[in-house]
Design a protein around this ligand. Sequence first.
Ligand SMILES: [Zn+2]
Length: 450
Amino acid sequence: MYPPRITRYLIHPLLCRVNGYYRRMRTLGRDLERSEWWATEQLMDLQVQKLRTLLEEARRYSPYYKQLLQQAGLDPTHATHRDLAGLPSLDKSSLRTQFEEIVSRRYERDRLIQCSSGGSTGEPVHVLRSGEITPMLGAITERGYRWAGWFPGASHHKFWGAPMDVEAGTDSWRKRFIKEVYNKELVNAFMASEALFESYHVRHRSRPPALFESYADILYEFARYIEAQRLPFFGAAAIVSSAGTLHDFQRKLIVRTVGREIFNRYGCREVGNVAQECEAHGGMHINMERYIVEILNPDAEGVGELLITDLDNLAFPLVRYRIGDLGKLASEPCACGRGLVVLERVVGRTLDVIVTPDGRRISGVLFPRVFRDYPQIVLGQVIQNSLTEVEVRLRLQGNMTEDELAQLLERLRGAMGPEVAVKINFDAEIVVTPTGKYRTVISQLGGASA
Ligand SMILES: [Zn+2]
């Protein structure tokens, strides 16, 4: 392991000097470190300023919003939270059909970055953003790590979807250098299996990471593996869990087996990390410097659909975006004293795990990532009927070519291995939960997931 103090006090400051991206991220990180302690009203003032800029930009450069704001009779330069609440929301199907009208004309289209998400609801969504907001995305993510006790150089292991170059071992020497001195390790979560859990546990248990980050479902699988094998407590100092809901019984098992403290995070690829728990664990603090989160039509309990306005993405304005999750704001502020409003919980983000005959446990996160590469797929659902039989139900808009279909099948078979029969079904009903939510992955095996 590279000495964390050398990175923290020498290499990181040096890198911030010579590299503009790191410098920008550090400056933003320091701003965030201050603003998180502001009073909620002050944070809302900041939101109003940013909202006016966003709406003004949207009115000028995005035909979709030009029309929408005109119809609403709203003058962006005087907009408030209340005006925002009067605007129509943007659901995923409108996002798809209005895509070209939403893109800002001020940006060069081919320089924009595409962020695609399957989301937990199984409806693939594509949005664009400019590179100028990348440091802010990073700074917000790092703030969450900081709340979990991390600092630049502290060891950080991640069970995550690995980019192609990492997988192939062809990532650049620069990336490898950064990984080395920042003590980062990426484990491909889509290859998670008992063998992988075992080798990872053996390799690192004498020196577990300061920060362990994972998809919720794979984190829970890792915990179950440690318990089943009666392995000693792994001992990560902090865990950031993302992309899914953790139930109380899962949290209990995880703190007995994997690490001492869990920091739940809520985010998605199309907008970034929206909220995370702090060290006081009083719910998830919304990153208010960047996001306005509203609850649409809350029920008696206060649970309603989450609407997200991304204040930074001027290239592809998302105003009152219906992300497809349900949530509830906390009635009490968090004990830590930060002014950032708290999401008490997000409901309905549970993905099952697919278990293969060769003992791998495939995160439910994988499938939306495959579906989103086919624009015709409006909705996708994976149902595991038995250990060797998986049914994929698709709802299409337009047709898939024979080639695309063959390629999709091959990718799914490749992920699940040769012993699993994969059947694609276009006609079957997509199964909906009693609360009216789609689940991307449903396991009928029992015991594979909660
Ligand atoms: Zn707090």
